[in-house]
Design a protein around this ligand. Structure first.
Ligand SMILES: Nc1ncnc2c1ncn2[C@@H]1O[C@H](COP(=O)(O)OP(=O)(O)OP(=O)(O)O)[C@@H](O)[C@H]1O
Length: 748
């Protein structure tokens, strides 16, 4: 990874850069201007300024020379009156990564007055708008977007279900209503009778179309009718595997609801992050419907003697294609072997919004004559029976919700941060009832952006344990490095809130049913068209309206064609239009007097100034002390690391070599591309007080990982049970301890 990060091709930048400093040489005019300013500056004290930032000012001269002279104060968000509050609040209840920048006690001291030749102040930030690659128009190929029918006019009543099931109250958009009075969705109409007839099925239908009930209802209907009656001591009769902990929790809650009238059938969830001892105790007592993440289940299969699969009659793989991905496949093999060892006939169901080729392998080893169900327009009454080859019948066209409006914005790296901030302000500060999910490629970058945005964008910050809030902006975060209790709390809180911004990694991309989300922002592009579909599927659910915005850099624009190959079409949103929202926020206004009657060119100039002011705020915050600086560098490293994990089929679009390191650094509030980034990729500032042994270890060159290992590592940290992040020795110790506990409890 480190090597890859270092391989970034600086020479591919638009101008010739000094490879050591990543700066371009000065022109004669600039050198002259520099001399002139330096002679003026002799009387001026510049506390925080590095030679690099002086250099930046010089580069800026040409652009800023018409500004009016005014004393310049380093601007920080909450108009710098309540900085302390901001910092302290950002600090509360966060893990160490989040804490770092918030320990800043003051913003940098007042910067000196600095005046251009024509009487306007310099903004201390190197130009955001120069040396960027050109932004061509997006030409999204015309595609025939595939449509799926979600609703039917049939009622649950017609499905011949147990009366207690039909009398369950169901929360159907703002109405609490008996299940029998609700219309079944298309996928449910097709799947429920088929599963009740005892068949295996591969089910594909769009995100938010009701797949969870489509398997939940038949499982419960089947289990409540079993004779002799199900007992806790029977152990698992149905096993449901899902890729993330939050999804496990969500499915568990659905089963809890469905099983309410059938108190003798016990659901349970194993999802990592929880104490294994507690899970073991629950397994010993007996769980009949077992919902788990793959990693955690494998852990119990290996370490918990009381787990027995002798009675399992159902295996459900929700988000089945994800479960097959790298990192999970091994776990799945262990699970299937454990289940198959019992030899009992079992019904198998695979579900996802994106089922493709890979599934035929799984289907052939784990299913008998599966039936493929998909709900495309015009095929409402047909259920295709395609023994063995069934999953191949699924095409490569993905279906996205009909009322989803998909947008793409092309933004040069340097402008990424201000553009995202402008978008968030536009939606959540200046519009009502907006709920956003922002997908970011790494946990460290999520933490970094949360702290930065809380400090810079929020006006009157205050925090509770999970929410970082101001009068109008509520930030939440969700990623795989958080403690489980916090993850659960955020998940529940964000589910219930009416407005807010969830900054998250792909842990939130699959299956989560978060009500009333209005926008999905993909700040970092997904690793595949499949993941794109799942991410955008967190909005526009159950026929609701929703929008999505994909950020791409000019060099990544070919991803639009990749999506078009899967029948996904995007419309372009202009970066300038997003940035223009800064005109609504007086906190970031330029130094000159803004008059709305001025020309379009003046408007554009003012937008640019505001963007620059905002970027300067970000940079001042990041550079205010060493800790926040290290956090930003760490986030940049993790971003670069994530960038190396795009699959080879997309490397021509997302290759680390096509990134401009200096510009990418800017999108983390860094004024320069950090030196020695490669070596520090393995060094976490949080561990700076390492033992001598640790230090020695850090000095050693990092072990070169294969591409496969890199992907695997990244995915594991995001998705698995949480055990996987542990060292081997720690795992061994735990395993031993677990076995001892197990022995003690069985003897007791
Ligand atoms: N028949 C129905 N009538 C009304 N609402 C329903 C019905 N069936 C399911 N829902 C609701 O629709 C929402 C989406 O359902 P669900 O989460 O099962 O979708 P999904 O297809 O699994 O989505 P994803 O692919 O994103 O996992 C849930 O809030 C669920 O309660």
């Amino acid at each position: 990874m480190a090597e890859d990060a270092l391989m970034i091709n600086i020479s591919s930048a638009p101008e010739k850069f000094n490879k050591k400093t990543n700066r371009r040489p000065l022109s004669t005019a600039e050198k002259w201007a520099q001399k002139k300013r330096e002679s003026k500056r002799k009387t001026v004290f510049e506390p925080q300024e590095s030679s690099a930032s002086k250099q930046r000012k010089i580069n800026q001269t040409g652009q800023q020379h018409t500004h009016k002279q005014k004393p310049q104060t380093p601007r920080s968000p909450s108009q710098r009156s309540n900085n302390r509050d901001t910092e302290e609040n950002a600090d509360q209840g966060e893990n160490s990564a989040a804490k770092s920048p918030s320990k800043v006690k003051t913003f940098p001291k007042k910067a000196p007055e600095e005046h251009g030749d024509h009487g306007r102040p310099f903004i201390k930030t190197s130009s955001l708008f120069r040396n960027n690659p050109e932004i061509p128009d997006v030409l999204s190929p015309a595609v025939n977007q595939v449509k799926e029918k979600v609703f039917t006019s049939n009622m649950f009543e017609e499905l011949n279900l147990h009366p207690h099931l039909l009398r369950l109250t169901f929360y159907c958009p703002r109405l609490c209503i008996f299940l029998m009075f609700i219309c079944v969705f298309s996928v449910q109409k097709k799947t429920i009778p088929l599963l009740l007839s005892g068949k295996d099925a591969v089910v594909r239908s769009q995100t938010g179309s009701g797949k969870t009930l489509a398997y939940g209802i038949p499982v419960v209907q089947f289990l409540q009718g079993m004779q002799p009656k199900v007992k806790r001591s029977d152990g698992p009769l149905a096993v449901v595997i899902v890729p993330t902990r939050e999804l496990a929790l969500q499915s568990f809650q659905m089963f809890q609801k469905l099983l309410k009238p059938f108190t003798w059938i016990v659901p349970g969830v194993l999802m990592g992050g929880e104490k294994r001892k507690a899970e073991k105790a629950r397994l010993r007592k007996g769980i009949n419907v077992l919902i788990s993440t793959p990693g955690r289940l494998v852990d119990h299969i290996k370490n918990t003697l009381s787990i027995a699969f002798s009675a399992v009659r159902w295996l459900i793989l929700d988000e089945a294609d994800r479960t097959l991905d790298l990192g999970f496949e091994k776990d799945l093999t262990v699970i299937l072997n454990a289940l198959n060892a019992t030899g009992l006939a079992r019904q198998n169901v695979l579900l996802s919004a994106t089922l493709t080729e890979g599934l035929s392998r799984l289907a052939s080893i784990s299913m008998k004559e599966p039936v493929t169900i998909h709900v495309s327009e015009g095929s409402e009454e047909t259920v295709e029976a395609c023994p063995q080859a069934a999953p191949q019948a699924l095409s490569d066209s993905y279906v996205v919700p009909e009322r989803l409006q998909q947008h793409v914005v092309v933004v040069p790296s340097k402008l990424h941060l201000v553009c995202l901030a402008a978008f968030i302000l536009a939606k959540c500060k200046f519009e009502q009832r907006q709920k956003l999910i922002v997908f970011i490629s790494s946990c460290e970058a999520v933490e970094f952006l949360l702290t930065l945005f809380t400090a810079i964008l929020c006006e009157k910050p205050s925090t509770t344990s999970t929410k970082h809030t101001s009068a109008s902006l509520n930030f939440y975060r969700l990623h795989g490095n958080m403690r489980q209790e916090e993850r659960t709390e955020v998940f529940q809180e964000f589910s219930q809130c009416k407005t807010g911004i969830l900054l998250c990694t792909d842990v939130a991309a699959r299956g989560l049913d978060l009500p009333q989300v209005t926008w999905i922002v993909q700040y970092n592009p997904p690793v595949s068209a499949v993941e794109y579909v799942h991410r955008v599927g967190r909005t526009a659910r159950i026929g609701a309206q929703g929008s999505s915005l994909l950020f791409l850099t000019p060099s990544e624009m070919a991803f639009v064609d990749v999506l078009a190959n899967h029948n996904i079409s995007l419309s372009e949103m202009k970066m300038e239009d997003i940035l223009a929202n800064l005109m609504k926020d007086e906190r970031f206004k330029g130094r000159g007097k803004w008059d709305s009657k001025r020309s379009a060119a003046a408007f554009e100039q003012e937008v640019r100034e505001r963007a620059t002011v905002l970027q300067t705020d970000f940079e001042n915050y990041v550079h205010a002390n060493n800790e926040s600086l290290q956090t930003a560098k760490c986030a940049l490293q993790s971003f670069l690391r994530a960038y190396t994990t795009y699959p080879s089929s997309l490397k021509h679009i997302f290759h680390i070599r096509s990134l401009h390191l200096g510009h990418a650094a800017k999108s983390f509030g860094l004024r320069d591309a950090p030196q020695g980034l490669g070596s520090s990729i393995t060094t976490n500032p949080a561990n700076s007080k390492d033992s001598k042994k640790g230090k020695d270890k850090a000095k050693r060159p990092p072990k070169k990982l294969t591409a496969k290992e890199r992907v695997s590592n990244l995915m594991r940290s995001e998705y698995l049970s949480g055990i996987d992040g542990e060292s081997k020795s720690k795992k061994k110790r735990k395993k031993k301890k677990g076995q001892e506990e197990e022995e003690q409890s069985t003897t007791a």
